[in-house]
Design a protein around this ligand. Sequence first.
Ligand code: G16
Ligand code: MG
Length: 217
Amino acid sequence: DIRGVIFDLDGVLTDTAEYHYLGWQKLADEEGLPFNREANEDLRGVSRRESLLKIVGKKQYSEKQLQEMMDRKNRYYVDFIQTMTPGDLLPGTIALLDELKQAGIKIALGSASKNAQTVLEKLGIADRFDVVADGYSVQQPKPAPDLFLFAAQHLGLKPEQCVVVEDAAAGIEAALAAGMYAIGLGPSERVGSAHVVLPNLAGVHWTELRDKLSNDQ
Ligand code: G16
Ligand code: MG
């Protein structure tokens, strides 16, 4: 049975996508690269380097220039997230984290972000996680299963004892590749391959989720 839940960060616990967007837009404007909110949607759950490569497109830059642009965007992003507070938690997250704790279910973070620890602290929930797997934990980004396998291993659980909660297609793919249960948040065009699809975590109870997942087997 299920012993651990691994949460993605951006789009699941909070909406850092807006701050990533503002950072990328500022960089793109400075570099004269086309970018907008719609293009930002394709960067959901995508690593920093892959995001930059998508924005840059066919334009040629040296490795040094790419590195400088990633650093610059990250400085903008880090500035933006300083304003985050527990009020930036998405609805239902605290209630679900409370229920998991009550039920003795282990809790991990599985985020592509190298700023995940800072964001958890800003949100006031850092101490609720038994394990934080972030942008520093593994080499291969989602859709590779590595990040979630790292989280499970550090929780001391087998993949089949874990559920991943994700909002990105690459994240669902990674969870399934890891041999875990997947809960997709958002439109089924994006997360439809998950075992359970929900709009978000508002009003979601652990007992109901657990039952839905076990019926799915
Ligand atoms: C998040 C965001 C992505 C971002 C990535 C890396 O993923 O959704 O847009 O590019 O992290 O973030 P950073 O530049 O802070 O290392 P996740 O996995 O939390 O949904
Ligand atoms: Mg996400």
